[in-house]
Design a protein around this ligand. Structure first.
Ligand SMILES: [Fe+2]
Length: 398
């Protein structure tokens, strides 16, 4: 197009909510491909590293993935330290213990090698090592007070999306509540998506993390903070997960399906980074904090009810997700079909489908609803949710 043509061309049509200003952040370089963990050492070297602390939980160590990462780092001349003294849902005490190890070792790069717990623990250590203080001080977004160390993620599960977003979910040991602690500088510089690493997940972990990733795609797509750019990733993540998860549940050794789910989870993480989540996560967090229901189980159980609740108030966007399902429906029944499909895949995953099945009773609901109303992520739900609404959603899930 010449300058004169440019001057006379009709301007693009603008208007409606899609014309609202927005930003989009994709802070992490993705290195995708089977066997990618062998590149960990050269990727660390590209970031100028010489001393690398690998944060990797004991289960991942037992699967042999940690040793593969350490071999790759040592082959590139790195001095490697290790921290593994933490479990599922790392707490403030575990992050403090990891920080003590890091202060002694003095790394110039961190690696989170494992599931969400390993990646989040590495992020938490980065905050305390570089900024000092306690983890509680970094709750919220843009909370780092100094530059953080560069970090690389090597996910071995496909679910949390921690590899592509800047929040660490750390449990406050004193209260049991999950704290989202985030800063753009806490995002991993590189994420290695090596599908071979996800093949060793126990089937329950595959189910829990896969359903969590699906909930990230759905909630971020309709979030109040969603933008035209974030929805591209929510929708693409949903398509990959909707295609991949049923195949992975049927055949855990299906590498192509595992790759779909791994990429879908990473893109859903990118969508969260830009659009946040919604009421299903607000409802899930108190179930985890007060009743120790695992996150993927809690959010998967609540999500279909939240979809119906939002759709009843005319929340837009579910039809675009349903269009990615086999035999899509694009009329007003789209959200109903989406909720039914989500319930079917929850059943197929083998997870519980009611609060009763998890041992909870109606008497537990008032306290749960009060706690859910205080969750940060509730404010991003497309339909406003008060405590009474949250009670009804828990009732619907009984
Ligand atoms: Fe989640």
């Amino acid at each position: 197009m010449t300058p004169s043509e440019h001057a006379t061309a009709a301007p693009p049509a603008l208007g409606g909510p899609e014309a609202a200003p927005f930003e989009f952040h994709a802070p992490t370089r993705l290195v995708v491909g089977a066997g990618g963990i062998a590149r960990l050492g050269t990727l660390a070297a590209e970031l100028g590293a010489r001393r690398v602390l690998v944060v990797s939980d004991p289960g991942v160590e037992r699967a042999g993935h940690t040793a593969a990462g350490v071999r790759a780092l040592e082959a590139a001349g790195m001095v490697v330290g290790r921290f593994a003294d933490f479990g599922e849902n790392p707490g403030t005490g575990a992050v403090e213990a990891g920080t003590a190890v890091a202060r002694e070792f003095r790394p110039d790069l961190l690696v989170g090698l494992g599931g969400g717990s390993s990646m989040d623990c590495a992020k938490g250590i980065n905050f305390l090592l570089c900024c000092g203080g306690r983890m509680q001080e970094y709750r919220g977004r843009r909370t780092a007070t100094a530059a953080l160390l560069p970090a690389i993620a090597v996910p071995t599960t496909a679910g949390t999306g921690s590899e592509t977003q800047s929040f660490a979910l750390i449990t406050d040991d004193a209260t049991g509540m999950k704290m989202a602690c985030g800063d753009p500088r806490a995002a991993f510089r590189v994420a290695i998506l090596d599908v071979a690493l996800t093949l060793t997940q126990p089937s329950r972990v595959t189910a829990l993390t896969g359903i969590d990733a699906l909930s990230h795609a759905v909630e971020s797509h309709v979030s109040r903070a969603a933008t035209p750019a974030s929805r591209v990733f929510s929708r693409a993540a949903f398509a990959l997960l909707a295609r991949g998860l049923p195949r992975v549940f049927a055949d855990p050794t299906d590498v192509a399906a595992r790759a779909d789910v791994q990429l879908g989870a990473a893109w859903a993480g990118l969508a969260i980074e830009n659009a946040m989540l919604g009421a299903a996560h607000a409802l899930a967090n108190p179930l985890t904090a007060a009743h120790h229901v695992v996150h993927g189980q809690a959010v998967g159980l609540m999500l279909p009810h939240v979809v119906r609740f939002n759709a009843a108030a005319g929340a837009a966007g579910y039809d675009e997700l349903v269009a990615e399902l086999p035999a899509p429906v694009t009329d007003a029944r789209a959200a109903v079909r989406l909720a039914a499909w989500l319930e079917a895949i929850l059943a197929r995953s083998g997870l519980a489908r009611s609060l009763t099945a998890l041992g909870l009773a109606g008497a537990d609901i008032p306290a749960l609803a009060a706690a859910a109303a205080g969750q940060w992520t509730a404010g991003f739900n497309p339909r406003p949710v008060a405590t009474g609404d949250l009670s009804l959603l828990y009732e619907a899930a009984r």
